[in-house]
Design a protein. Structure first.
Length: 270
């Protein structure tokens, strides 16, 4: 039997898409372009040339960026360490919120009547910005690091709970069924069938959030929730741009070191 010859000059027609799918894509991307066009004036994009206008303030800040003032470097480092500790405790407390919420919101573990309300609580925890939560805790407990810790714990708890629950829902059912077949109780299924599968992923998520919280804790300091943020805003308010530059450098170095440490830990765990 001879193989049927194919004429190389004949180019096969590309697969055609259904008309409904094509119209949906046109509406989707057309709507996006229309939204960008309508919002052009609302967000002052037409004033973007001011960024390159060469104002005296911009020139002063640019000069300070290359001439940081490290006279109070010991104080800056102390405040940066406080920021890192706020992020560390905020992430640590968030884990105690996230783990039980994750199991209560996982559809393959919790009953349906429990999943929906728990997921709505998690939505609320994630949707309220850190700054708003931090302001509430500043009013309740006063200025200092504690409001920052509590704000990060609530917001991060909601984020990690969602990520953890999705990891639980994607597990292999085999180990869980094996534990159940040996007469194991639900707690045994979680301990021996679920946790070994999700623990490395959970750890990776927690480390990522710790990195993010190290940056978020800096912003929380702007409202008096401890850390280097308050020192940064004081330098801005006093137009001491050289100190602003020094603080920014310290923040960048610290966050970079945390990122490098987290990468090493994740590689050893995964």
């Amino acid at each position: 039997m001879t193989a049927q010859s194919v004429d190389p000059s004949v180019v096969p027609a590309p697969p055609s898409r259904p008309l409904g799918a094509l119209l949906f894509d046109i509406a989707l991307w057309g709507g996006l372009i229309a939204a960008l066009a309508v919002s052009f004036k609302y967000v002052d994009i037409d004033n973007l040339p001011r960024l390159f206008g060469g104002s005296s303030t911009a020139g002063e800040m640019a000069g300070a960026l290359f001439n940081p003032d490290f006279t109070r470097v010991d104080f800056f480092i102390e405040k940066m360490l406080e920021t890192v500790m706020i992020a560390l405790w905020g992430t640590f407390l968030a884990l105690f919120l996230a783990i039980p919420l994750a199991f209560m919101s996982a559809r393959n573990v919790a009953p349906a009547w429990l999943v929906w309300p728990v997921r709505r609580v998690m939505d609320l925890m994630r949707s309220v910005p850190d700054l708003v939560i931090g302001l509430i805790f500043v009013i309740i407990v006063g200025l200092g690091p504690l409001p920052g810790v509590l704000a990060l714990a609530l917001n991060t708890g909601g984020v990690l709970a969602k990520l953890f629950s999705e990891a639980v829902e994607s597990i292999d059912k085999g180990p869980v069924e094996g534990v159940r077949a040996t007469g194991g109780q639900p707690l045994h299924e979680i301990r021996w069938g679920i946790l070994p599968q999700v623990a490395p992923l959970w750890t990776s998520f927690a480390l990522y959030r710790f990195e993010s919280n190290a940056r978020a804790a800096t912003v929380l300091g702007l409202i008096g929730a401890g850390g280097i943020g308050s020192t940064l805003i004081d330098a801005f308010n006093s137009y001491n741009y050289r100190e602003v530059s020094a603080i920014a450098i310290i923040v960048v170095i610290t966050v970079t070191l945390i990122d490098m440490l987290s990468q090493v830990m994740r590689k050893r765990l995964l």
